[in-house]
Design a protein around this ligand. Structure first.
Ligand SMILES: *Cc1c(COP(=O)(O)O)cnc(C)c1O
Length: 346
């Protein structure tokens, strides 16, 4: 495929010369240096120095864990920052457009609105798969980003590899695969095929399986060419010191994360089996994520009945193809039991 990153990058972004921070200009920590270059307070308290703008230690752990080079990595203040950077790098406001596939994660649409970029929506099929022909028919020369969320939020299913591959081969802009839930999936991550597709961007996050929603760390994987453009426009110190430290502490214990994922997957099975005994649940959708979408007779009513019993779920009834559905996050054994008991009283 003749994909050229230069062709799709905004002209003003190509011209930007990034802010050069004190830590960009001097970063040799090997010698005993005195740092009088960043106007920091010299009294050590663990966070008095600016954090590493390139988060090299975090990236080294991630690179080891995920089998990529650190030049294929960019970190964001949550995936949401990564997604926003993609808009700012590649979408000319009022001129370019993006494609999203509802029902899906709501942030793509919000970011399109904020960045004043048209959002072309192409509904998923009945089985919640991408409608490849309709997507390609909707795309034009100004279509810069195509968002594929797999496993998809809120439906829970993964997109079939065949359909995704067709889109990667035919879409002329960047295909963003949002893998926020990949650690719960039976499908392989597209990370293994990153170098095959110059137009592929994959996002992951520490917010879900890694149990760190509070530290805000999103991960972007792409070719080093794409990464260097995003790097140019990201805020210099977008990942704070506490986040970098806590991320490393967690990433060096992959077994702990793996065990928690196993427990959550077992609980998912328990929850699904228990949901099957609730007579008014009309449908339990197949899931590859840490949540289950169910169809009920009156989602809004049941949502409020659950609230009264102290259980908060997500009402997705206003989403296309999701009328009268509730999205249930898989909790721990006690939480799931509480949900099931509450449903039994309805
Ligand atoms: C939860 C979620 C994210 C995570 O966003 P963060 O900003 O990293 O917390 C990204 N994409 C989808 C589809 C999600 O559901």
């Amino acid at each position: 495929m003749n994909f050229s990153i230069d062709n799709i990058t905004r002209a003003n972004i190509k011209k930007v010369s990034p802010y050069s921070s004190a830590r960009d200009e001097f970063k040799d920590f090997s010698k005993e240096m005195v740092f009088l270059d960043a106007n920091e307070n010299p009294f050590e308290n663990g966070v008095n120095r600016y954090p590493d703008p390139q988060q090299i230690l975090v990236k080294m752990e991630l690179a080891k864990l995920k089998g990529v080079s650190i030049h294929q990595l960019l970190l964001g203040n949550g995936s949401d920052e990564v997604l926003d950077l993609l808009f700012r790098a590649f979408c000319e406001p009022k001129e370019d457009n993006i494609l999203t596939l509802p029902p899906t994660y709501g942030m793509y649409k919000v970011l399109a609105e904020i960045n004043n970029v048209e959002n072309k929506e192409v509904l998923l099929t009945e089985n919640f798969q991408p409608n490849v022909n309709a997507i390609l028919a909707s795309a034009n020369k100004n279509s810069k980003l195509l968002f594929l969320c797999s496993p998809n939020n809120p439906t829970g299913n993964s997109f079939t590899a065949k359909e995704v591959e067709k889109l990667l081969n035919s879409f002329k802009g960047i295909v963003v695969i949002d893998e926020a839930y990949i650690d719960f999936s039976s499908q392989k991550s597209w990370l293994q095929r990153l170098s095959e597709f110059p137009n592929l961007v994959i996002t992951q996050t520490l917010s879900k399986a890694y149990g760190m929603a509070g530290i805000r760390l999103g991960i972007c994987y792409a070719s080093s060419e794409i990464i260097s453009i995003l790097n140019k426009i990201k805020p210099p110190y977008n990942i704070n010191e506490l986040t970098q430290q806590r991320a490393i502490d967690r990433l060096v214990k992959p077994l702990e994360i793996k065990n928690q994922i196993t427990t959550i997957l077992n609980q998912r099975m328990f929850l699904i089996n228990a949901l099957k005994t609730i007579s008014f649940i009309e449908k339990i959708y197949p899931t590859d994520a840490n949540f289950v979408l169910v169809k009920v007779p009156d989602a809004t009513k049941i949502y409020h009945q659950l609230l009264q019993q102290g259980v908060v779920v997500r009402n997705r009834t206003s989403q296309p193809l999701c009328e009268n559905t509730l999205r249930l996050t898989v909790g721990n054994e006690q939480e799931n039991t509480k949900l099931i008991n509450a449903l039994k009283t309805i």
